[in-house]
Design a protein around this ligand. Sequence first.
Ligand SMILES: O=P(O)(O)OC[C@H]1O[C@H](OP(=O)(O)OP(=O)(O)O)[C@H](O)[C@@H]1O
Ligand SMILES: NC(=O)CC[C@H](N)C(=O)O
Ligand SMILES: [Mg+2]
Length: 462
Amino acid sequence: MFNNLSCDKLKEECGVMGVYRNTMDDVAQMVYYGLFALQHRGQESAGIATNDGNMPYFHKGMGLVNEVFNDEIFRSLKGNIGIGHVRYSTTGESYINNAQPLVVKYRRGSIGLAHNGNLVNAPLIRSGLEDDGVVFQTTIDSEVIVNLIARYSSDGIPTAIERTMDLIKGAYSLVIMTEGELIGVRDPHGLRPLCIGKLEDGYVIASESCGLDSVGAELIRDVEPGEIVIINQEGIRSIKLNKEYKKASCIFEYIYFARPDSVIDGVGVYQARKNAGEILAKEHPVEVDMVIAVPDTSIPAAIGYSEALGIPFSEGFIKNRYIGRTFIQPDQSMRELAVRLKLNPLRSNIIGKRVVMIDDSIVRGTTSKQIVNTLKRAGAKEVHVRISSPPVAYSCYYGIDTPDNKQLIGAVKTIEEIRQAIGADSLGYISPEGLKRSVGIANDPYCTACFCGDYPLEIPLR
Ligand SMILES: O=P(O)(O)OC[C@H]1O[C@H](OP(=O)(O)OP(=O)(O)O)[C@H](O)[C@@H]1O
Ligand SMILES: NC(=O)CC[C@H](N)C(=O)O
Ligand SMILES: [Mg+2]
């Protein structure tokens, strides 16, 4: 029932994966394992494209990776170079034609491309290309990128990518495949993550290091902001854009998107979440009997909070793991039903207790409102809420796809009004400074626009 419904809350991010092997062994199955590990980043569609040096092969479908692929399909995906994508749509509808990777043939060969992120100037470039007679097959921003690369390819693909990067603005972590190369590209601000792993006979590029782990690749480093990494028979080489940009990696990756076992830009996601919980405890302590998490994302923060105050951590909810992250139609009653199906209180643990419930974020307020009420109905004496990110008050244009400002409860209500709206006995959010400390890097290389409105690059005209 739920797989067909579109997400209407905090959107996930796409996941990309690329594998290059020096041997002629097929890589499709390795790409599949990587996508499986990155499934949390997108559940609408999945695709794999490979190349055996002569021609591209690809298969895409709507749904989860294990619904889209089977052994027969793997046999048809030949080649020692492969890329893959799990999608959560940010530009363009969620239907098969918009599934990635995109594979195009142009006069010098073929290009496969998988994109995580969102461009802010794609409509402008697209209409310019359309004026020149270019025909688009999809409605996604990513097709603009592949078109520009093909257009500029006369001096080779790396140069074409550099020229394309001069034109496109926004968030993009890309894996690109040609007849003989796997290429990783990260936008000049490093908005979305991308890392490189080493295999005995090749390399892997993935959105998160958990994708590398799934195929036994060793994390060697992240693709740097503004870097193009080219992998071919000669090995690995890098081109850095000849410009200075302010690094602005999305801090929400640490708060919510990424898997806790991933390491992004040298910072472990689990540790960052736990640190946030400890800092939150110092900023907003409370006297209660028990700390509980909203599973799964906020568990590390809840453990950090519990350890910092010496209050026991226990399970307050059982999560139905078969529903997926968030999914439901844009209708408030359906959204509430979804939360109820997903999180059921563990009555025996909470009855008669004063609890503090830790969650990673409040976006519209649907989840908090409903589960505070659930805990109270289940017999909790007091329900205090602590949030391991600051109030989300500004829309994101670089891939999170949070709703219009007016739907963000943090944009339209004060913290006291939010407390009343969700029915909590007290409410505390981590400060922006505290959040930055939780990721442990002092010189502030993060995008915090959704909390502070300090957008690292222009926002699109609507
Ligand atoms: O204020 P809201 O609009 O309800 O959004 C906030 C909630 O959305 C996310 O959870 P989600 O249920 O999307 O997924 P999760 O199970 O991965 O935490 C996030 O972890 C918060 O719990
Ligand atoms: N979530 C993403 O990274 C989406 C990538 C691309 N903008 C799309 O809509 O397909
Ligand atoms: Mg949640």
